[in-house]
Design a protein around this ligand. Sequence first.
Ligand code: KMH
Ligand code: ZN
Length: 278
Amino acid sequence: MLTMSKTLITVAPTGAETAKSQCPQLPTTLDELVETAQRCEAAGAGLIHVHIRDADHQPTLDAQRLRDTVAALREKTSLVVQLSTGGAVTDPLADRLRVLDADPDSCSLTMGTVNFGDGVFMNPWPFVTELYQLTQDRGVVPEFELFDLGHVAALHRLLDKFGPPFGGRVHCDFVMGVPGGMPGTAAALVAAVAALPSGVTSWSATGIGRTALPVAMTALACGGHLRVGMEDVLTLARGVPVEHNVQLVTRAAGLAEIAQRPVMSTDEVRELLQVKAR
Ligand code: KMH
Ligand code: ZN
């Protein structure tokens, strides 16, 4: 099931949690996002996980903005475009379901509710199942976001009840080190990987903040792929801010090269995930 082949690098450049005022280099406008996507693709990214912001740099799930963003990324890059259905912790579930109207290649799909710092990231089971069936109907490849071991158990339940995703591949992403979720440690990642359903065909991992490097190095050693970006980490080392997402992609590509698992092209990522031609 899991092969030690090339490495998919996902870039998550923006997220919904960091304020532009506190981090002016965070890409929040469409122009900044496209410029980021182009540079990250050139540095080895194959997939972009997208959260968008409004004119005031606040997180939004505005339908027209989402469509414009997907169109711009498709026009200017060949990255696989994944829209977040997680949004911000304050986003209503109904708005999160409507993200699929923007017809992305892929979307995130979090497998359960989790405390998220001082907030609660709501993903009740009926929402998870409705969103999953929507991805199947619309031909969108889901990426199952796993913040905790219970989310892995929920993935077994989902696949048993509703069958495989669109395209037949099952791709997961471990998001580790969120205050409220599983810790960003090698031991936690190894345990979570061991608990995955047998139908999982690929997985990536990301560690929040200072857990980024231990998680990335463990993922590479275990045959996994990498997610990096300013959604998850804002410093390269203690006191050294990330100035551009391309620094994180370049560092990840270097680690992958050292592990003798060089980065995948965007065509190889499309093949891996069986993304629909649009
Ligand atoms: N912003 C977090 C509350 C996702 O993109 O699907 C949720 C999140 C997960 O970022
Ligand atoms: Zn996200």
